[in-house]
Every structure is written in C-alpha cells, then in structure tokens.
Design a protein around this ligand. Structure first.
Ligand code: GLA
Length: 414
C-alpha cells in the first residue's frame, strides 16, 4: 500500500557534457509529500465556517451521513475535515489527545466511522505553539503529532500559521511535511499561511494546496474587522487571485479558502461563489451545515457539470477574459479543447448580456491555448440551467441577475 504513494525526493542534477565546466544548475527543492494525491483540487467539507469551535464527534458523524444522503460524496466530496478546537491536552509523553468531552469515542473510532462510509478524515493543527483558537500547536512536536494522526487514520492535515512569532514559513512547513512523510500514512497537506509569505513560491514541494488569502466571510463584497486581522467577502477574495494561476496545477493548488456556499445572503450569491471557485480550479471544501441545507444549496454543491469544470484533468485555473461595467467574462481551458465560460454580474441590478462568439477570441497565452470562434464552432451548454444553448455560430443572449452568474461549457463539434 505504502509503495503506491511513494514520495519523490528530487535530486540536484549536474550538466553532463564531457570537458565542459559549467556552473552547477540550481538544485531543485527536495519534494516531501505524497505526490500522487490531489491530482485534481481536493473536495470535501470543513467545520470552521459554520461551527467554529462548536464541534463534536456527533456533528462529524452526522455530517458524514448527510454528505452521503445529499449526494455530496457521490459528487466527489471526499474529505470530512475537522478544523480548530478538537484538541485536548498532550499526555505525559507529549502525545496529543482529542478533547474527550467533545470526542468521547476518540479520533481513531471517528476515523473508522468516516472511512466506513467511503469518506476520508481531515484534521487541523498549527505551526506555532498554539493554534489560532489557543489549543496546543505542533511546534516542537511535529513528528510526534504526524505519527499520532497517522495512527488515528487521518488523511488530510490543514496546518495554520497563528502564534509562529519569527518562524520562517518554508522551514516550518517543511518540518511538518517531512514528519508526515516519515509517519508513512498518505495525507493531503494543506498549507494555511494566508498568502502572507507567497506560499506559491515555496509550497509546491511540500503541500498539495496553499491558502492565497486571509479568511473568507459570508458576504458578497465586504471586509469584517476582528481587531488585529480581518476577513473578506467572496468578491474580495476573488480579486486577490489575479496573477496566481501560473502557480497552480495537479498536486499543487491555490486555495482561496473554504466555501461559504449555503451561507451567503442570497442564492444567486451562493451560485456565483461556487461557479467562480470552479473557474479558479479551487479546492471545493464546503463550509455550510450540510445536515440542514436547502434544496437550492444542495443543487449548487452537487452540480456535476460545474464540478467537472473544477475537476478538469488539465488542472488550469481560469482567468478574466473581459471586465466591463461590473460584468466579467471568465474563461477556463478544459481538456479536449473545450472551454468553460462564466458571466459574473457584480452589480446589484440585472444586466442583459450578449456574447457574439464570432467576434471573440479566447487566448490563454500562458498555456498556449487559443480559440478563434470565427473559425471554429462549439456546442454551448448552460451549466446551471442544465440545458443545451445552441452553438457559437449564433450570438448568445442572456440576462444575468445582480450578484449572480451564468456558466457555460463549450465543446468542439465533432
Ligand atoms: C485561521 C484559519 C481559519 C481557521 C481558523 C481556526 O483563521 O485561517 O481557516 O482554521 O484559523 O482557528
């Protein structure tokens, strides 16, 4: 089993031309991760956005059950992630324990339950001596903690950045990455350093995803202050993803934070949030109460066509093709020369929009993908209406409500 997930230790290579004395090439950073994991953006659920510290074994079990009943598991949501505040104290040997009042059966029993449902369990820790919620952090206990998680059967670790003082992030995350590899159980490693020290520039050899921003909150376009830090609404987080797409790909994803789908003030906002996370090829980690979600929320979260855009095998993030008067057209290249298109209306009022495909050219210079619609015709599918929407031979006329989105998939006609 273990061999299937062998991690890769990349070695420096020197130029081999005989008789030529060249400068040694810069050594690639050694890789410390289970490199076969997260080939598409991770999907699952996390307790933080809705429950904060108000978590328990019963909540996690009920959530796992609800993920099955709602169709989320079958739509691809695999990880059931427990965020901050699951911790008890360290024992006399320094081994971390779960909070026995909140998790009376223990983490191993909970992992067994979740695994028995065909799901995986995630846990949270922090690179400082305390987590953001003031519970024991992993600093100085990395190997011990990774081993304990591995014994419990944990499959995913989110690793936060509170109380780290003058620790260097690349060192701190490397230490935990090495500890996970040494413990031997395949785990997705989620770097949660809020983008402060550009994790996209050092995170690929260590983790499978890295937060690009501070915390999300469930509003369209607001900032909420919390004293020394602030959280940002969905549009503000989206605007912070500019220029980052070149850093992401299979096994190493930009993470614009866990979703607030189901927690937004309006259904259109939930839809737009979900669509844009899919366009970014973001991890799809639901943050709502999936035990009590409405049919509308469930339909958004389990929309297979939109999920397929997020999970596309190419692993390319989308980008804004055009922005005009609060209406943005985003495009994302997909496998098989297909494209996803999202029309995002950031205004409060409804906007009529016409896309005259034949006047459009989609160009992803970074990935050398280019489509001139005057030359090539595509079939158009409306991903939220779940209907065919003609072809690119004729202009597409639509109205998009305020704070809402329309999303399409373009497939080359045979
Ligand atoms: C930080 C993280 C959040 C969450 C909390 C838990 O704020 O960014 O996602 O994990 O800590 O305390």
């Amino acid at each position: 089993m273990r061999a299937r997930y062998a991690f890769v230790a990349a070695l420096a290579s020197l130029p081999a031309t005989p008789g030529v004395r060249a400068e040694p090439a810069a050594a690639p950073a050694p890789v410390y991760k289970f490199a076969s994991l997260a080939q598409t953006p991770p999907m699952g659920w996390n307790s933080w956005n809705t429950f904060g510290c108000n978590i328990s074994e019963a909540l996690i079990r009920d959530t796992a059950d609800a993920m099955i009943k709602s169709g989320m598991r079958d739509a691809g949501y695999t990880y059931v992630n427990i965020d901050d505040c699951w911790h008890g104290e360290r024992d006399a040997n320094g081994v971390i324990q779960a909070n026995a009042a909140r998790f009376p059966s223990g983490m191993k029993a909970l992992a067994d339950y979740v695994h028995g449902k065909g799901l995986r369990l995630g846990l949270y820790s922090d690179a400082g001596d305390k987590t953001c919620g003031g519970h024991p952090g992993s600093q100085g206990h990395e190997y011990q903690d990774a081993l304990q998680y591995s014994r419990w059967g944990v499959d995913y670790l989110k690793y936060d950045w509170c109380n780290t003082d003058d620790r260097q992030p690349a060192e701190a995350y490397r230490t935990m990455a090495k500890a996970i590899v040494a413990a031997g159980r395949p785990m997705v490693f989620s770097i949660c350093e809020w983008g402060t020290n550009k994790p996209w520039s050092w995170g690929t050899p260590l983790g499978h995803l890295w937060r690009t921003t501070g915390d999300i909150t469930n509003c369209w376009d607001c900032t909420v202050g919390h004293g020394s830090w602030s959280s940002s609404g969905v549009m503000q987080i989206l605007d912070k993803q500019d220029d980052l797409r070149k850093h992401a790909g299979p096994g190493h994803w930009n993470d614009p934070d866990m979703m607030e789908v189901g927690n937004m003030p309006a259904v259109g906002e939930d839809r737009a949030h979900f669509a844009m996370w899919a366009m970014l090829a973001a991890p799809l980690i639901a943050g709502n109460d999936v035990r009590k979600m409405t049919d509308a929320t469930r339909a958004i979260l389990t929309n297979k066509d939109v999920i397929a855009v997020d999970q596309d095998a190419l692993g390319l993030s989308g980008f804004a093709h055009r922005k005009e008067a609060g209406v943005e057209i985003w495009v994302k290249p997909l496998a098989g020369d297909a494209w996803a298109v999202a029309v995002l209306n950031r205004n409060r009022d409804t906007r009529p929009i016409t896309i005259d495909w034949k006047q459009e050219r989609f160009e992803d210079a970074l990935n050398h993908r280019d489509t001139v619609f005057a030359k090539t015709t595509y079939a158009v599918r409306n991903l939220f209406a779940r209907t065919a929407a003609g072809t690119t031979a004729v202009p597409l006329k639509l109205t998009v409500a305020g704070h809402d989105v329309a999303m399409f998939r373009l497939d080359k006609r045979p």
